[in-house]
Design a protein around this ligand. Structure first.
Ligand code: SF4
Length: 240
């Protein structure tokens, strides 16, 4: 769904506009410097970026990320212990009856489709990758239930490969922060990648997601307590 206007027009908004830099076209070097300062502030605000999905290996993380589509990490963490206890390997999951997988994950939205994806993904891992989760974007995105965002999460968290995972929060914040005007996740990923060195990609995109959940809410951004407000062209915070 497309984001609505980034800045709510009206007298109050006009009065507050001076709190933040104006939305204008920036030279790439200027935008890159601002992105690096944003990254530094986010790193201070959220020093830890552990993946919130409970897992002990790449296979478990892959299953958990597939299950996390359109539901909360907490809900996924409630079902995965039983799933991994019953089916601890790709081979075991590939042989699991679909009904057994469904019954374990039935509290999650889209559980039937997710059960099918899990089983097909496990079958592919066994058949095409000797039961080992592959570590490249091209191979990961061949797996059932794995799109570019899931593959990026895997690359960043399981394989320590610099990546930018663009979910709904990352997309919203990248736009509000004036780092992109794109709506397509792949284009956003490319634009953010141009602004920051690879060593910062994983942390920056992960922290944007955390910040989107905690502060820069889709409907009601808490600009008044946002560490990024002085660098954000969409800020509605009062000038300090
Ligand atoms: S919450 Fe922060 S990042 Fe979001 S619009 Fe407000 S100032 Fe910008």
């Amino acid at each position: 769904m497309r984001e609505k206007a980034l800045f709510v027009p009206g007298p109050a908004a006009e009065r507050m506009r001076s709190a933040a830099p104006p939305r204008r076209r920036e030279a790439i070097a200027e935008k890159s410097a601002r992105a690096q300062e944003l990254a530094a502030r986010l790193a201070r605000a959220y020093p830890q970026i552990e993946c919130p999905l409970a897992h002990e290996n790449a296979f478990q993380l892959l299953a958990a990320v597939i299950l996390s589509a359109q539901c909360t990490d907490a809900a996924v963490n409630k079902v995965t212990p039983e799933l991994f206890r019953r089916f601890p390997t790709p081979l075991a999951l590939s042989r699991a009856p679909l009904a057994a997988i469904e019954s374990i994950i039935r509290t999650l939205g889209l559980f039937r489709a997710k059960a099918r994806s899990l089983k097909r993904c496990a079958e592919q891992l066994v058949r095409e990758f000797d039961g080992v989760v592959p570590a490249t974007m091209a191979e990961l995105t061949r797996l059932a239930g794995v799109g570019r965002k899931t593959a990026n999460v895997m690359l960043g968290h399981a394989f320590n490969t610099p990546c930018i995972a663009v979910d709904t929060h990352c997309k919203r914040l990248a736009n509000r922060l004036g780092l992109t005007r794109q709506q397509d996740p792949v284009k956003i990923e490319r634009e953010l990648a141009r602004l920051l060195p690879p060593a910062q990609w994983t942390g920056f995109s992960h922290r944007l997601i955390i910040h989107g959940r905690r502060i820069c809410n889709a409907r009601k951004p808490a600009c008044a307590r946002c560490e990024l407000a002085s660098l954000c062209p969409s800020s509605q915070a009062e000038p300090k």
